[in-house]
Design a protein around this ligand. Structure first.
Ligand SMILES: CC(=O)SCCNC(=O)CCNC(=O)[C@H](O)C(C)(C)COP(=O)(O)OP(=O)(O)OC[C@H]1O[C@@H](n2cnc3c(N)ncnc32)[C@H](O)[C@@H]1OP(=O)(O)O
Ligand SMILES: CC(C)C(=O)C(=O)O
Length: 225
């Protein structure tokens, strides 16, 4: 493989090695597993799932015992929107299953996402994502760090405006391609979001740190606290 053609991650984004605490941490209880197949897997297929296949997969995930399931990207297609409406209008999701919906930090799409979850009695998580890694900032979003922080906070404020008063709804944020984002910037964005969404024990905010494309072993980020 011609690996010499590519710059490795250590030369793209610096991760300062300071105190090493995470490598010693151990899981002491089972984690909460959250499948995202109905979103990510759906988009990756050459022919996206139709409503019947989405429903079959959802029922399988429920039967397997998952208690939190990302059910789709409702602003991206009628199929995904309608599937979330089906959950709202039927008893497809058992009461103890949390329903997660995925949205970019764009006001019109956040509004559409919140429209899709109206009337769902289950706990719901609105999961907002934005690319924070420099290569996406420069090439796709064309925003500086401060501009991007404002985009994310703007999306966070829109989420609060549309869904802040829904008692069963809490929030999640993903700085996309976390493993290619400067740690100090990822930390600034995540701290700003937990402050904005007023994270508290009775309404915790989830921070998902996605390694969208694996570029190094997990030990690379294990020192970031
Ligand atoms: C790992 C993952 O699953 S990540 C999710 C990846 N999957 C997908 O994105 C597939 C589903 N998405 C889609 O089908 C489309 O993006 C849609 C339908 C949701 C929106 O389509 P469009 O309105 O055409 O938007 P498009 O994706 O081209 O982006 C439009 C603008 O939003 C911006 N944008 C894109 N993503 C985000 C984001 N997460 N947060 C904020 N802004 C964003 C783009 O930079 C672009 O900005 P510009 O208008 O200033 O150039
Ligand atoms: C966008 C986020 C949440 C993701 O799934 C990824 O980057 O893989």
């Amino acid at each position: 493989m011609p690996s010499h053609r590519y710059r490795d991650v250590y030369r793209r984004v610096e991760v300062p090695l300071t105190t090493r605490r995470w490598p010693e941490a151990r899981l002491t209880s089972a984690p909460l597993w959250v499948p995202v197949d109905l979103r990510d897997g759906n988009q990756a297929l050459p022919e996206p799932m139709n409503p019947a296949r989405k429903r079959r997969l959802f029922e399988l995930l429920v039967a397997m015992g998952y208690k939190e399931i990302e059910v789709g990207y409702p602003s991206a297609s009628a199929t995904d929107f309608d599937f979330v409406r089906q959950i709202a209008e039927t008893d497809l999701a058992p009461d103890d299953v949390t329903v997660v919906v995925f949205t970019p930090a764009r006001r019109d799409l956040i509004e559409r996402t919140v429209e899709s979850i109206r009337g769902i009695d289950n706990p719901v998580v609105v999961h907002m994502y934005t690319a924070t890694a420099p290569v996406w900032r420069d090439i796709v979003l064309r925003q500086s760090r401060s501009e991007l922080l404002e985009t994310v906070l703007g999306g966070g404020r829109d989420v609060l405006e549309f869904a802040g008063d829904l008692p069963n709804v809490r929030f999640e944020f993903s700085p996309e391609v976390f493993n290619l984002t400067e740690p100090d910037f990822a930390l600034d964005v995540c701290n700003a979001m937990t402050r904005l969404w007023d994270a508290a024990p009775d309404r915790p905010v989830i921070l998902n740190l996605p390694a969208t494309v694996e570029i190094a072993t997990p030990t690379r980020s294990s020192t970031c606290t």
